[in-house]
Design a protein around this ligand. Structure first.
Ligand code: SAH
Length: 405
């Protein structure tokens, strides 16, 4: 293809395209390409990471325009996912999670008598139904933005709760309730606690709909960290290249580091035995005082004294939440998603160091964790870990993990 002397322009792929023949170029959604020539209105001559080929013009958009048009909350995709059963089945099959919610209602049933409740992001309505069946609230407003709401209405009828539970389909930010509420309950927690930032919707609803002195459930949330080993994950993704069918494939390790260790690993199960120290709480959120602006950047410190010798492969993070009791002298219900608690569908989040550090009992690992919300893509964030190991070794490092942009 002869390039016609026009200055190359940068474009972003709007969706995936698979090349048909060597003249064409395969692209993935989000790839940034250089367009060298536009020989027809349908096919453009483009370059991606040094490789050139034809790409359908309809698949490309000029960078800034693409970002302006795309919703920074990606609600279509987000609520689209919650409109199908897969995630609801996963959440409802998670007994620790769902039983904790039931316990909250059971332990507080006396105090919930005649109360008005908002269930923000009710999904299939499980929490609202617990409220209606296990307590005698005056009203439950079950708010759900995804298409699941239509089924939730049917579930409420089928379980004869329609006199108490009203399903409102829409974003919590936009729905109108007929009155203020005494209790705002929501299961908003994501990976590493904040991922997807549903918590923002909860804070905005608190300002609008929770009456003075009302109750937030959960009432507080904590992010916890521990330095850990991850032998099998390290072996599977990194040590693998050291002896690949008797050959030395270690030149692929930098690629492996980039591909497998640059982002955190969700749904990792850290065994108790793989924790090198006692866990440390790095962030504590008070759901009564937390502000939306606080979410932009949150920093916590940690200091561990290692109780185990081994390979320090990375950090494991998880969260716990507490539902305060409304009963005189009642105990709070806690949902803990860590390695020392009953497993949940969140499992834990693993942050791998680029290179493991050999450590010994008594060594200290101190540092900080910073969550930075993506200024454009509002459901995404980066996690920066800064660490300093002292004792039998002295090593300091820092790494920023995108989740996902
Ligand atoms: N409460 C249910 C579902 C929890 S998952 C359960 O415990 O099983 C979170 C739900 O909140 C999803 O169904 C999602 O669609 C909904 N959601 C998230 N943000 C919302 C918002 N701003 N307004 C309304 N619904 C929201």
């Amino acid at each position: 293809m002869e390039e016609n002397g026009e200055p190359p322009e940068e474009y972003v792929a709007l969706c995936n395209f698979t090349a048909n023949g060597s003249e064409q170029l395969s692209v993935n959604r989000g790839d940034r390409l250089i367009v060298h020539a536009k020989p027809s209105s349908d096919w453009w001559w483009a370059e991606l990471q040094g490789v050139k080929g034809y790409v359908p013009a309809s698949h490309l958009h000029q960078g800034d325009a693409a970002e302006e048009e795309e919703d920074p909350w990606q609600d279509e995709e987000y609520f689209g996912n919650y409109g199908t059963l897969k995630l609801h089945l996963e959440m409802l099959s998670d007994k620790s999670r769902t039983e904790a919610c039931r316990q909250v209602i059971v332990h507080n049933s006396a105090s919930l008598q005649s109360k008005v409740i908002m269930d923000l992001g009710c999904g299939t309505g499980i929490v609202s139904l617990f409220c209606a069946k296990l307590a005698q609230p005056a009203a439950v407003y079950a708010v759900e933005a995804s298409a699941m709401a239509q089924y939730t209405r049917e579930l409420v009828r089928r379980n004869t709760c329609e006199a108490v539970v009203t399903v409102l389909q829409g974003r919590a930010e936009e729905v109108q309730l007929p009155e203020q509420v005494d209790v705002l309950v929501s299961e908003w927690m994501g990976n590493c606690l904040l991922f997807e930032y549903m918590v923002e919707s909860v804070l905005l609803a608190r300002e609008r709909w929770l009456r003075e002195g009302g109750t937030m459930w959960p009432s507080s949330a904590t992010l916890t960290l521990v330095p850990c080993q991850a032998h099998s994950y390290y072996a599977e993704k990194m040590a693998f290249w050291e002896n690949t069918y008797g050959l030395d494939f270690t030149p692929l390790q930098p690629l492996a580091r980039q591909e497998f260790f640059a982002k955190p690993k969700f749904s990792h199960v850290t065994a108790r035995d793989d924790c090198l120290a006692s866990p440390h709480d790095v962030l504590d959120l008070d759901m009564y005082t937390l502000q939306v602006s606080d979410l932009e950047e949150m920093e916590g410190q940690f200091q561990f004294c290692l109780e185990k010798s081994g390979q320090f492969h990375g950090f494991t993070a998880w969260f716990s939440v507490r539902f305060e009791s409304l009963e005189e002298g009642g105990a709070a219900v806690e949902l803990d998603t860590g390695p020392n608690a009953e497993p949940t569908h969140w499992k834990q989040t693993l942050f791998m160091l680029d290179t493991p550090i050999v450590v010994h009992v008594g060594d200290r690992v101190q540092g900080s964790l910073i969550l930075r919300r993506n200024p454009v893509w509002r459901r995404h964030m980066t996690v920066t870990l800064n660490w300093d190991v002292s004792g039998s070794v002295h090593e300091a490092g820092s790494k920023t993990f995108p989740m996902w942009r």
